[in-house]
Design a binder for this molecule. Structure first.
Ligand code: PEP
Length: 253
């Protein structure tokens, strides 16, 4: 069975004391994800070490960065390299979140560089893709997502691709309270898997974890996650509430 992941994305929220309290709240219930389950907590850079110290002791839990630099090292003021992340025990990194693409001009070439660096350092990238509302209204969402995949992923070998987690996050559902229906999510996840199969073969496609992101909550997680091609979720707003996120972890297959 593919790895099933509940990933929290705290974005640019919480001061240190509140971040620590939220994490303690999430860890307090002692939920061990299932054998194939993994809980990933993507936090702002200053909190990575604190979060890693706490989650490293728990089986099935890992820390993620929300972003990384696209250069290996050097004179890039303000950037954080993948090597630095690896040196403090970070295991996952979100790459290409729509907020990074939209507000920070992260074009496909930059995302591809970040993916290469993550794979070099054995950090699992969570590669985000997904269409805006106008694209969906025109019925062009499959073409749009396929192009995003082609541009960022198609240069990787099968063995490299298998180390990448994909997160389908329709932009119209992120932070809006509008969730894709489980049919819409399943349709797109199956499509993404068919694109993977077309390029790397069915076996590879069946191995890749594909998360859904976009207003996942305790109340809709189970229905979404139980769709056959949905392998968990990337969760923004609802991950800022420990009780809510715990329910989302429990909804993993
Ligand atoms: C996200 O940040 O990736 C996300 C899906 O946010 P939200 O759950 O708040 O829609």
């Amino acid at each position: 069975m593919r790895k099933q992941i509940a990933a929290a994305n705290w974005k640019m929220n919480l001061t240190l004391d509140k971040a620590e309290a939220l994490l303690d709240g999430i860890l307090s219930e002692n939920i061990n994800p299932t054998e194939n389950g993994q809980v990933v907590v993507a936090v702002p850079f200053p909190y990575l070490i604190m979060v890693n110290e706490k989650v490293a002791k728990r089986k099935g839990y890992a820390v993620a960065a929300q972003n990384c630099g696209n250069k290996k090292s050097g004179a890039y003021t303000g950037e954080v390299s993948v090597e630095m992340l690896s040196s403090i025990g970070v295991e996952y990194c979100i790459v290409g979140h729509s907020e990074r693409r939209e507000y920070y001009g992260e074009i496909d070439e930059i995302l591809q560089q970040k993916l290469v660096l993550c794979l070099d350092e054995n950090i699992t990238p969570i590669f985000c893709c997904g269409e805006a509302l106008d694209v969906r209204e025109k019925g062009k969402q499959n073409d749009f997502v396929k192009t995003q995949m082609e541009k960022a992923l198609f240069d990787f070998s099968a063995s490299e691709l298998k180390k990448i987690v994909i997160a389908y996050e329709p932009i119209w559902a992120i932070g809006t309270g509008k969730t894709a229906t489980s049919e819409q999510a399943q349709q797109m996840h199956a499509f993404i898997r068919s694109v993977l199969a077309g390029k790397w073969g069915e076996d590879v496609a069946q191995d890749v974890t594909i998360l859904y992101g976009g207003s996942v909550k305790a109340s809709n997680a189970e229905e979404l996650f139980h769709s056959p091609d949905v392998d968990g979720g990337l969760v923004g707003g609802a991950s800022l509430n420990a009780a809510e996120f715990i329910q989302i972890i429990k909804a993993l297959k």
